[in-house]
Design a protein around this ligand. Structure first.
Ligand SMILES: [Zn+2]
Length: 52
């Protein structure tokens, strides 16, 4: 889900402008990350899985 409010990316700790990232439910609240950071994290995870 695209973020409707600005926030701070939990992956890179920089500002996420409206529509530039994704909101997630986390620990009873909400957190936001950049769309790019989500893609990067997914790629890293896949590389780690491929390496095993
Ligand atoms: Zn980020």
């Amino acid at each position: 889900m695209r973020n409707k409010h600005p926030g701070t990316c939990y992956r890179c700790n920089t500002r996420v402008e409206v529509g530039h990232g994704h909101f997630e439910r986390h620990a009873g609240g909400w957190r936001v990350q950049h769309a790019n950071c989500a893609i990067k994290a997914r790629q890293i995870k896949q590389e780690q899985q491929n390496a095993q």
